[in-house]
Design a protein around this ligand. Sequence first.
Ligand code: 0YR
Ligand code: MG
Length: 372
Amino acid sequence: MTISRIEPFILHVPVTGSSISDSTHTLSHWGVVGCRIHTREGLVGTGFTGTHADIAGDRLIARCIATSLTELLIDEDERDVTRLWQKIARHPPLQWIGRAGIAHLALGAVDVALWDLKAQAAGLPLWKLLGGATSERLTAYNTDIGWLSLSDEELVCGARRAVEEEGFRGIKVKVGSADIGRDIDRLIAVRRAVGDRVTIATDANGRWDLPTCLRFTRAARDLDLLWFEEPLWYDDVEGHVRLAAQGGVPVALGEQLYTAEAFFDFIRRGAMHYVQPDVARLAGITEYIRVAEAAHAARLPVVAHAGDMGQVHVHLSFWHPATSSFEYIPWIRSCFEEPVTVTNGDVVRPEQPGAGTAIRPEAFDTHAKSLD
Ligand code: 0YR
Ligand code: MG
């Protein structure tokens, strides 16, 4: 059982419409950057990370996989996922330059590919390999209807369509505008359109400061928001402690945190209510599990960040008992052999062996970018 070859790739896949915006960026494509790990026995595992499809950055990630990580993994036994994660994540020269950022995302892609191999070799979907599905059904919430770049009318129509035609019971609306009045007005219109029973989450992507967040939660008091995501700068534990203590809207975050220790800090201090790990940001499934277990021990709900790692997150979400719902964005579905699918507001449990990452050959033909 040995790794014989590692083959990096970069795909750039168009988003819904011509572009979308949150409070920090505008995107026309989503980047799927990762690798296929080949074993001598002929298995192929696939892993990737999600990016903003900036080709220069994507090439740095692919290069890190092709050089530093490949060198450490060739001829290794791919079944030793934990040992290999320790080997590559704690390799001193790589750790020195890579406890976050590019090298870390590369590590995440590789770890996912190793788990994909492990699940394929066992002939099981990842959720089954990890210990079985702890929920019968998993509610999906739709993020793709809520971009800041949508006009008020597009936002309200999209929210209504998601609920009435597609059966979603949860949606997320981006906030973080320069004028909080605009965000409040949009949320009032959406609440009116979807009724009282649909959950509405909000996401400021770290754009606001504490006084603005306090004003927002006060103004939103009657809207029954499910959570207020990334209200403040990502690393500001103290600010989140203060906002969470004020008790207006529950606080959610995690998509920008690179380590389990960062999560422990927020959890211990009472600075987050919804825990949102991202398998790529956390350097893989190995570390995601540590975060989900920590959240569970603190009796906090886990909702994986889409990012768009939904193909993998759906397995972790069906498996992990702390999971309360699933973030859904459909942009890269067409790339996969078993795409994440929502019916009647629930995400469908995947059944193919592996981690859900197998990419269709046509996706390479259509979306692949050159590595240099
Ligand atoms: C678009 N999800 C997020 C989208 C994401 C981004 O890049 O993926 O807003 O980081 O906050 O909850
Ligand atoms: Mg977010």
